[in-house]
Design a binder for this molecule. Sequence first.
Ligand code: ZN
Length: 296
Amino acid sequence: MFTMICPVCEKSVNDMQGLALHFRSGSIHGDGKHASWISAEQIEHGISDSDLSDVLIRIFRPEESLIRWARMEFIAKFYAHPHPFMEAMQKPTVPVLLGYVIEHRFFLKNWIRTLSMVIHSTTSDDAFEYEVENVATEYIGLNGKPSHLELLLRMGEALGMSRKRIMEYSPLPETSQAIEVWYGISNRYSWIDTMGAMHVLELVADRTLVDDGSPIHYFNPEILKGSDYPEAVKNFLMEGYEADVGHAGEALKIVQAATMDDLTTRSIMLRSMDAFYVYLNARMRRARMLEASWGE
Ligand SMILES: [Zn+2]
């Protein structure tokens, strides 16, 4: 007997059967959230089965290791039918990159807040060291190298938007909504689940997803070689391209070894990936807003 939580509303259930029952009662009561989540998952995975228990087992795939599952789930959600942001990043326009800069500043700040909870409560020296270094790399800068935040801001400046202007924006509602999910996870769940929720997102820039069937990479790698984009754009993208492979892998290894409740960890990772999807929509909407006001 194990317990797990619903990936949509976080209700605790006893097992996969209990989760199927919970989804069924949600559908009976006309709750659109659960029904639309399941049908989106079925489309992402190409599952035509109609038995809820079977569908849930094919989503959670308990027989796969946590890391393998996370990688395949990330590909299904973001790359099998590429998210519009990933499509746009194959040949990004200035508004797309500036949309990225404006919204990502809020993501990074929340990244630090959320993962500081791991530093605060972990009992693992490996997790502690990992997250301290992570905070430094993302926000402060390490070994004489500028932080990811600094590289992000420099990308914005190179594309013609002043730092002052970037800082004047408030996050779009989709960004705030996603941040609320992540911050809430760090408030209510263990350091292990929090680490899983956040570091699964670093798979986004993992080059090796292509080896596992992802049809495209996060961005077209030719951008790094050519001269179509300013150096600051290449420097920012390069950082993720080179660093995140080993980086995300290492964090998820810590999570896989430490979790006592694998299915709850998977549910929380699903919630986090769903929030990330919404957040990527914000980058696209910001890009469209910039495009519409261009030349005004
Ligand atoms: Zn639920």
